[in-house]
Design a protein around this ligand. Structure first.
Ligand SMILES: Cc1cc2nc3c(=O)[nH]c(=O)nc-3n(C[C@H](O)[C@H](O)[C@H](O)COP(=O)(O)OP(=O)(O)OC[C@H]3O[C@@H](n4cnc5c(N)ncnc54)[C@H](O)[C@@H]3O)c2cc1C
Length: 432
C-alpha cells in the first residue's frame, strides 16, 4: 500500500529528532540559497509528536551546546569524522542556525541552554520552522524497512510505503527506547550493506560492588572523581556523586561512564576498574588531620563514628570510618592511633568503589557505537556504499560527553546532511 499515492518526495527523513528536524530545515534553506523552489520533504516519526527526546534533555532544560567545544569531547572509532563535520558546520554555525529558527541561547557555566531554560520551547521553535518550510511530518509512523531501486522505498509497520529520491536516516541510537529510539536504524543500514558496531550505553549510571553505596542510597556529595582502569587513570571529573542501591550515579559519574562501557566486552569488563572519590584537597586534609588529633584529645570518650562530625554528613562519615578501619564503631575516639588517623585521611583522599559495569542502554543518555563512519563521507554525510543515502546524529558511531555535546553533534551533522542533500554536489554523486 502506497502511503503517498505514488508520490516521490525529493527527500525523506526517518526520525523527527534533533538531527532529523535540523536536516529537513537545512535542506530547504540550502535550496533557497541555491535559488531553487522548496523541495518536497517528508519526515516519518515513530512517536506521536516530534522531538520527544529533545523534550527530555537537560532535565527538561535542554543543554544544547557548550562553550568549551574541543574535539576531545567527541568519540568515534574514526576520530577525524566529527572533526571534518565540524569543520563544515562549526559550533557558531549551529548556534546561528538555532538563532535563525528563533532559539535564543544563554549560558550557565560552560553549558549553553535556550534562554527560556525549557526544552519545550526548543521543540516548539523546530515545529514552527518545519511548518514555515513546508516540511510534511507523519507521526505514529514506525518505519520497518528500507529498500532501494531507482529511488528509496520506506515501509512502515502500518503497511504504508513512502518513496523518495534521497533518504536521511536520523533515527537516533539505541538508548532510552521509551523515547522512541531502540536501534531500528542499525537493521536498515545493515540491510543496505553498512557495518554497524554493537551499541553500548554512555552517560549512564555505574554498578559497583561496594555495599557502601547501597547503605548510603539517596545521599549525594561533591567529589573529585577519577576512574582507574588496570592501575591507570583514564578519566576524571569534579561534580556531584549520588549513591544508589546498585552503585553510583550523578553528573560526575555519568561523565566518565563511557570509559567504562568502552572496556566492556560480552557483558564483562576487560580490565579491573575502580572509581576513586577524593572528598577533600590536600590543604583541607591537613586541617582535618589536625582536627582529628584535637578530637582525640578533647572528645576521646565519644564513639569512633563521631570523628567526622560536621566534616561530612553523618552517614557518609560513618561509612568512611567503617571503610578505613576494621573495628567496631562503638569504640572510643581515644582508641585511634596515628596510623588509624592516616588510614581515615587516605580514604578521604581516595574512597574506592570497584566497578562491575554500567546500567543498560535503557537508562543511558547516549549510545556508543552505531553505523561505521568509515562508510560515510564526512564532507556530506552521504553513504559511500549507497548513493542518495545519508545518516546523521546518534545513529552513527559518534558519541559526545555529557554537557551539550550530543545535541551539538546531532544539530551539526543534521545541518550538513540536509544542506548536502540539497546541493548540486550531492545531486551529482547521486545517480548510479
Ligand atoms: C534523558 C536524556 C537527556 C539528555 N540530555 C542531553 C542534554 O542535555 N544535552 C545533550 O547534548 N544531549 C542530551 N541527550 C542526548 C541527546 O538527546 C541525543 O544524543 C540526541 O537527541 C540525538 O539526536 P538524534 O536526532 O540522533 O536522535 P533523537 O533525537 O533520538 O531522534 C531520533 C528520532 O527517530 C525516531 N525513530 C526511531 N526509530 C524510528 C522508526 N523505526 N521509525 C520512525 N521514527 C523512528 C525516534 O522516535 C526519535 O524521535 C540526552 C538524552 C537523554 C535520553
Amino acid at each position: 500500500m502506497s502511503g503517498n499515492d505514488g508520490k516521490i518526495y525529493d527527500l525523506l527523513i526517518v526520525g523527527a529528532g534533533a538531527s532529523g528536524m535540523s536536516a529537513a530545515i537545512s535542506f530547504q534553506k540550502e535550496r533557497k540559497a541555491l535559488g531553487l523552489e522548496k523541495g518536497q520533504v517528508l519526515i516519518l516519526e515513530k512517536n506521536d509528536r516530534v522531538g520527544k527526546k529533545v523534550l527530555a534533555t537537560g532535565n527538561g532544560r535542554c543543554n544544547l551546546s557548550n562553550k568549551e567545544m574541543s574535539l576531545a569531547h567527541f568519540h568515534s572509532r574514526r576520530d577525524d569524522f566529527p572533526k571534518t563535520v565540524f569543520s563544515h558546520v562549526p559550533q557558531q554555525a549551529v548556534l546561528s542556525f538555532l538563532s535563525d529558527i528563533g532559539i535564543v541561547t544563554t549560558s550557565e557555566g560552560n553549558k549553553i541552554f535556550p534562554m527560556s531554560k525549557t526544552a519545550a520551547s526548543v521543540v516548539d521553535a523546530f515545529r514552527y520552522a518545519l511548518e514555515d518550510n513546508s516540511i510534511e511530518v507523519i507521526s505514529d509512523a514506525v518505519v520497518s524497512s528500507i529498500a532501494k531501486d531507482s529511488v528509496f522505498h520506506v515501509s512502515c509497520e502500518d503497511g504504508k510505503t513512502y518513496s523518495a529520491g534521497k533518504l536521511i536516516v536520523a533515527c537516533g541510537g539505541a538508548c532510552s527506547p521509551n523515547l522512541g529510539t531502540s536501534g531500528d536504524g542499525y537493521k536498515w543500514l545493515s540491510s543496505l550493506g553498512h557495518k554497524v558496531y554493537a551499541p553500548k550505553p554512555s552517560i549512564v549510571q555505574l554498578e559497583t560492588e561496594n555495599a557502601v553505596a547501597k547503605a548510603l542510597s539517596g545521599l549525594r556529595l561533591d567529589s573529585d572523581l577519577t576512574l582507574v582502569a588496570d592501575g591507570d587513570v583514564v578519566a576524571g571529573h569534579f561534580g556531584e556523586v549520588l549513591f544508589t542501591d546498585y552503585g553510583l550515579s550523578g553528573p560526575a559519574v555519568l561523565q566518565v561512564s563511557g570509559e567504562v562501557a568502552r572496556r566492556i566486552r560480552k557483558d564483562r569488563l576487560t580490565v579491573p576498574m575502580k572509581v576513586c572519590l577524593r572528598l577533600f584537597d590536600e590543604e583541607m586534609l591537613s586541617n582535618i588531620r589536625v582536627e582529628f588529633i584535637s578530637r582525640r584529645d578533647h572528645f576521646g570518650s565519644r564513639s569512633l563514628d563521631q570523628i567526622l562530625l560536621s566534616i561530612l554528613p553523618q552517614k557518609i562519615g560513618t561509612m568512611i570510618v567503617k571503610t578505613a578501619l576494621d573495628r567496631p564503631l562503638s569504640m572510643p575516639i581515644l582508641s585511634l592511633s596515628d596510623q588509624d588517623i592516616e588510614k581515615i585521611i587516605s580514604t578521604l583522599r581516595s574512597w574506592e568503589f570497584r566497578v562491575l559495569g554500567t546500567k543498560s542502554l535503557e537508562f543511558a543518555q547516549t549510545t556508543i557505537g552505531g553505523a561505521d563512519c568509515d562508510e560515510f563521507d564526512p564532507e556530506t554525510m552521504q553513504s559511500l556504499l549507497v548513493p542518495g543515502l545519508y545518516a546523521c546524529g546518534e545513529v552513527l558511531d559518534v558519541d559526545g560527553d555529557c554537557g551539550g555535546y550530543n545535541l551539538t553533534w546531532a544539530f551539526a551533522s543534521g545541518i550538513l546532511a540536509g544542506s548536502s542533500c540539497a546541493s548540486e554536489k550531492a545531486g551529482e554523486t547521486d545517480g548510479d
